[in-house]
Design a protein around this ligand. Structure first.
Ligand SMILES: N[C@@H](CCC(=O)N[C@@H](CS)C(=O)NCC(=O)O)C(=O)O
Length: 209
């Protein structure tokens, strides 16, 4: 029995797309960040860090998109959501780690600057630098996708849903996403996948506007 805890529009969309692409039965458990539900006593029992996503597997919890997506791909090997070659597999996981450790925090400094500095001037500076760094990371993703169908080349993997999250966040930050030609073509390919579309509709994603 699988239960996915997620919040619409959050980074948990990566795991949401991953689990849909596995084609397995699962229970959706929304945890609305806009209502602070990630800090309720009930959810803190699921993930004491108060973050989404979390995946319950027969009552055992996995957190972090990279952990959840690696687990799903290995549990459902027939879906081929991780490369078979060990070096390619490691690079796919490394790309997800980069998304989690570098790309996500750059957006977080823009969106939640008050968590990283004190005083109006310092907060404004962190916010400004966060937006610039996030854009630099989006440009790097655009370069990564040049000449490729998917993040790992011809094979669709669990890294692709994760990659899509930041395109939506770029739109939210009013960044000129359409100037990133490779990333935009990738986003359009993602929108043609019925399971991705189901998740975007479910989450009422900014990517559909
Ligand atoms: N590295 C983590 C990041 C998890 C994370 O920061 N999730 C955000 C949503 S994008 C969250 O739950 N924030 C709630 C909060 O900080 O209160 C992952 O990839 O799962």
């Amino acid at each position: 029995m699988l239960t996915l805890y997620f919040s619409p529009g959050a980074c948990s969309m990566a795991s949401h797309i991953g689990i849909e692409e596995c084609g397995t039965a699962y229970t959706e458990h929304p945890v609305l960040l806009s209502k602070g539900e990630q800090k309720t006593a009930d959810y803190m029992k699921v993930n004491p860090r108060g973050k989404v996503p979390a995946l319950a597997v027969d009552g055992r919890i996995i957190t972090e998109n990279t952990g959840i997506l690696t687990y799903l791909a290995r549990r459902f090997p027939e879906t081929k959501l991780l490369p078979a070659d060990p070096v390619d597999e490691a690079n796919c996981i490394a790309t997800m780690a980069w998304f989690s450790n570098i790309v996500h925090p750059s957006y977080q400094r823009y969106m939640r600057a008050e968590r990283f500095a004190e005083g109006d001037a310092a907060v404004a500076s962190v916010k400004d630098m966060g937006k610039k760094t996030f854009w630099t990371n989006l440009e790097e993703i655009d370069g990564m996708l040049a000449g490729k169908q998917w993040v790992m080349g011809d094979q669709f993997t669990v890294a692709d849903g994760y990659c899509l999250v930041f395109y939506g966040w770029g739109l939210r930050a009013d960044l000129p996403m359409s100037t990133l030609a490779h990333y935009t073509a990738f986003k359009d390919r993602m929108l043609k996948r019925p399971k991705v579309m189901k998740v975007l509709q479910d989450e009422q994603s900014v990517l559909l506007k």
